[in-house]
Design a protein around this ligand. Structure first.
Ligand code: G6P
Length: 360
């Protein structure tokens, strides 16, 4: 059953493995007629009438929010901001005339996010909760709900909820694009199906990834993830995943920003993991990789096929750039998992953390 680990030593690995199936289930559940994704008409109307989307979330859901922002802006041309729930209610941004709020929350119970929703409701603005839990508090209190259909997520470190949130926002952005009459630059349904297959091919390479980790990450006290644009947003999630379950102090940096201070922390052998999924910004990230290598870093490059270069550590088959986070993140989830496993830690129950935090 969903609540059974089966042959898996930890829920986290089971949940990482479930991602292609979750993605396909989402495609099926939101499939409408005539090649369009189907979303509640009332919600679409409200969204289309708004002039700005405000995404509000915590933790991994917040990290997914940055990918959502890119999808809403690039595909549907809707200005979008991302906010930390714990800050939002206390330092309300200057809102646009017709704001629409999107709450990303796996559990639907996070107190910080709920506090922000209470504020939004006081102001009488429309909201959408994207959650994995039907009937959850944030789902009941928002104007609209979209379910992630990811199945219960038991491991404290969130994995399949992150990729489900991104998939759902990609479908929603595509539906908004179509409703606004903009031409599609790619076939979302076909590309998402391709993403599911490529996730599977990455998951088939676990042994190779594990071997690499044993040789590179087992002894380190700290590590860095770097990338630009989408790769930077994935870096934020990759760093959170590695630090929360392996206790290696890991930070994500926009690759270009490293030289403005953080490069002082690079020592002989410090792991710097660079994500390179796109040509233009990727070339600049590679320049930053050379800078840290010159200072002794153990540089690791995870790249996408058409922009890969000789010597890259992992090369992922090509997917549409806008959807690259869905596959890049899988490698980083496995990196975190095998590092924690190798260190003999309780992967599913890291110290000091809770699956759902119901205090502010
Ligand atoms: C907790 C969990 C995180 C999660 C965050 C937000 O801190 O440990 O993994 O990302 O809450 O949870 P939510 O259910 O709102 O997505």
């Amino acid at each position: 059953s969903d609540l059974d680990k089966g042959a898996y030593p930890f829920y986290m690995l089971k949940e990482v493995d479930e991602q292609p199936a979750v993605l396909r289930r989402l495609l099926q559940n939101y499939q409408g007629d005539d090649q369009q994704f189907a979303f509640e008409a009332d919600m679409m109307k409200t969204l289309l009438a708004s002039d700005r989307v405000y995404i509000v979330a915590c933790g991994t859901s917040y990290n997914a929010g940055w990918i959502g922002r890119s999808l809403f802006e690039k595909l549907a041309k809707i200005p979008t901001e991302v906010h930390l729930a714990s800050e939002f209610a206390y330092d309300l941004p200057l809102l646009s005339e017709k704001p629409f709020f999107v709450f990303l929350t796996q559990s639907g119970e996070t107190a910080d996010s709920r506090q922000a929703l209470v504020k939004v409701n006081e102001l009488n603005y429309p909201s959408l909760t994207i959650t994995n839990v039907k009937g959850s508090t944030l789902s009941r209190e928002a104007s609209f709900t979209l379910l992630l259909h990811a199945g219960p997520e038991i491991a404290v470190a969130s994995t399949k909820a992150y990729t489900a949130q991104i998939t759902l926002m990609a479908m929603l952005a595509d539906a908004l694009r179509a409703a606004k009459g903009f031409e599609a630059s790619f076939d979302m349904e076909r590309e998402l199906s391709l993403v599911a297959s490529i996730m599977e091919s990455i998951l088939a390479e676990k042994a190779e990834i594990k071997a690499w980790i044993d040789a590179n990450l087992m002894e380190t006290r700290n590590a860095f993830y770097i990338g630009r644009t989408l790769d930077y947003y994935v870096s934020m999630e990759a760093a959170l995943k590695l630090k929360e379950i392996s206790y290696i102090q890991t930070e994500a940096f926009a690759a270009g920003e490293l030289k403005h201070g953080t490069i002082a922390l690079i020592e002989e052998g410090t792991p710097v993991i660079a994500l390179v999924s796109e040509e233009t910004v990727g070339a600049h990230t590679r320049g930053n990789v050379e800078e840290v290598k010159a200072r002794g870093a153990n540089a690791i490059v995870i790249s996408m096929q058409d922009v890969a270069r000789e010597g890259d550590t992992f090369v992922i088959p090509k997917v549409e750039t806008a959807l690259s986070p869905l596959v890049m993140v899988v490698v980083t989830q496995l990196l975190a998992y095998y590092t924690a496993l190798g260190r003999g830690l309780d992967v599913d129950k890291p110290r000091n953390l809770a699956k759902s935090v119901t205090v502010e």
